[in-house]
Design a protein around this ligand. Structure first.
Ligand SMILES: CC(=O)SCCNC(=O)CCNC(=O)[C@H](O)C(C)(C)COP(=O)(O)OP(=O)(O)OC[C@H]1O[C@@H](n2cnc3c(N)ncnc32)[C@H](O)[C@@H]1OP(=O)(O)O
Length: 424
């Protein structure tokens, strides 16, 4: 039997490398667009994409078929990754391997091409010393087999900002200023940077967020985002400590609504004042937001919680542990204890038995030959890693087993619930 994929050439490309083959890069981008059913890209779009992917230091993997009828630059598989940061709780961030742009052409689907690209890429992540990998998924059925679990969930909400909207206590010494999104951008970047350091489950933003949050270009529309608006919140001393980016949906009748694009703030009073602002916009009585936490400060500050309707609940971040001791020692723990985990990891990165000893909120983790107290898969480990799902609930579902499951759950389970407002 011949080698699998013997007819394909596997390459990695670095868009940030000036000497990279521009024709292959262009082909890679077109392969990606084809895979996601997007339109072709013009020269300006290619330049824009390359600039941002280059700034991220992205590594692009692809599989190219031998040229037959076509010119040979379009790959039949695409896969991108780069280094970022993940807040793992307890005020700590870890190096993150961020994965995106995964496509396989219809001619080559279900022949193990994604498996090959994923295996190569995770090996690369380990070689780079990145302890955790993450992605956002198009389908829930793809990534569990590779050790990723849905680790952060979020909600799409519609908020009735009419007569029933009211906040309990809003004692805000600060003020608001509407500015152009490009003027807001340096502040948006700084406030978000603090949000990343403070929020469990938050992920650093890829470079393309600048284009997206300044309205320079909306990739979905293929045009600048001329409807984007920005407001900054300033504290009593005049320093920017919060922002909201939003756009009106263009409907000036019954379905007039504001879509909240992004909102972050350093303090609760700044956060709620920004919500008050968005809710008070005239001629609009609906605000929609796709990045709401499962239960957030706004929900708890509302006089009438029923003004919030959850229109969708989704997984926002899939996580895969690559270096188990580094990952588990970085996250917070909630009870002292000592258990031996036996992890079933089909790709091998976290396989085997590990003694986890917790004391005073911190863990030490060592490889061991001792008998296991707890058994779980790499996928379950990824799912419970940030605390979105309790180990106790996974135990009830039969996904964390063994005599030490209750002890492990007591050690691992505890807030806060993670929240991620970054898509990639
Ligand atoms: C992070 C991101 O970018 S998410 C975006 C994912 N991409 C898309 O949704 C674009 C459209 N889909 C595709 O391009 C392809 O179908 C891909 C990339 C999802 C899968 O690529 P393929 O090369 O067909 O996957 P591959 O053959 O390596 O499959 C590996 C395993 O996953 C399974 N699998 C692959 N895709 C799916 C799926 N969509 N649903 C369920 N199982 C799947 C295969 O059956 C196989 O299982 P096995 O190991 O038990 O035999």
């Amino acid at each position: 039997m011949s080698e699998p994929h013997a007819d394909l050439t596997f390459r990695t490309l670095e868009p940030g490398d000036e000497g990279a083959d521009a024709a292959l890069l262009r082909g890679w981008l077109e392969g990606l667009s084809r895979g996601f059913h997007d339109s072709r890209n013009d020269d300006a779009e290619f330049d824009r994409w390359r600039k941002h992917a280059g700034r991220d230091g992205a590594v692009l993997r692809g599989a190219w078929p031998a040229a037959r009828v076509a010119g040979g630059t379009l790959p039949v598989g695409t896969f991108a990754s780069w280094a970022g940061e993940l807040n793992v709780g307890g005020g700590r961030t870890l190096g993150l391997h961020m994965i995106s742009d995964v496509t396989v052409a219809p001619t080559h689907r279900r022949q193990g091409l994604l498996r090959r690209l994923m295996t190569d890429d995770l090996d690369h992540a380990v070689a780079q010393g990145r302890p955790v990998a993450a992605l956002t998924a198009t389908e829930g059925s793809i990534y569990g087999r590779f050790g990723f679990g849905p680790a952060v969930r979020g909600r799409r909400v519609e908020i009735d900002t009419g007569a029933h909207f009211g906040l309990r206590d809003l004692d805000d010494p600060g003020s608001l200023e509407m500015v152009e999104p490009t003027e807001a951008w340096p502040h948006v970047r700084e406030v978000f940077g603090r949000h990343l350091q403070a929020t469990r489950g938050a992920v650093s933003r890829p470079s393309f967020y600048e284009m997206f949050l300044t309205g320079e270009y909306d990739w979905d529309k293929g045009a600048p985002d001329k409807m984007l608006r920005a407001v900054l919140h300033l504290d009593a001393a005049g320093a920017v400590d919060g922002y909201a980016l939003f756009r009106h949906n263009g409907d000036h009748r019954k379905d007039a609504a504001v879509e909240l694009v992004d909102l972050a703030a350093d303090t609760t009073s700044s956060y709620l004042r920004l919500w008050r602002f968005v809710a008070d916009i005239d001629l609009v009585e609906k605000v929609r937001w796709g990045r709401s936490p499962l239960l957030g400060t706004l929900d708890l500050a509302l006089v009438d919680p029923r003004v919030v309707t959850t229109t969708a609940l989704h997984d926002t971040l899939w996580v895969r542990v690559l270096d188990l001791p580094v990952a588990l020692e970085a996250r917070p723990w909630h009870a002292d204890g000592d258990v031996v985990l036996d992890v079933d990891d089909a790709l091998g990165h976290t396989s085997g038995r590990w003694r986890v000893t917790t004391s005073g909120g911190a863990a030490t983790v060592r490889r061991t030959d001792d008998a296991a107290d707890v058994r779980l898969s790499a996928e379950s480990l990824g799912q419970l890693y940030l605390g979105d799902v309790d180990a106790a609930d996974l135990a009830v579902a039969g996904r964390v087993t063994g005599a030490g499951a209750d002890a492990f759950a007591a050690m691992a389970d505890g807030g806060p619930t993670p929240w991620c407002t970054t898509g990639f």
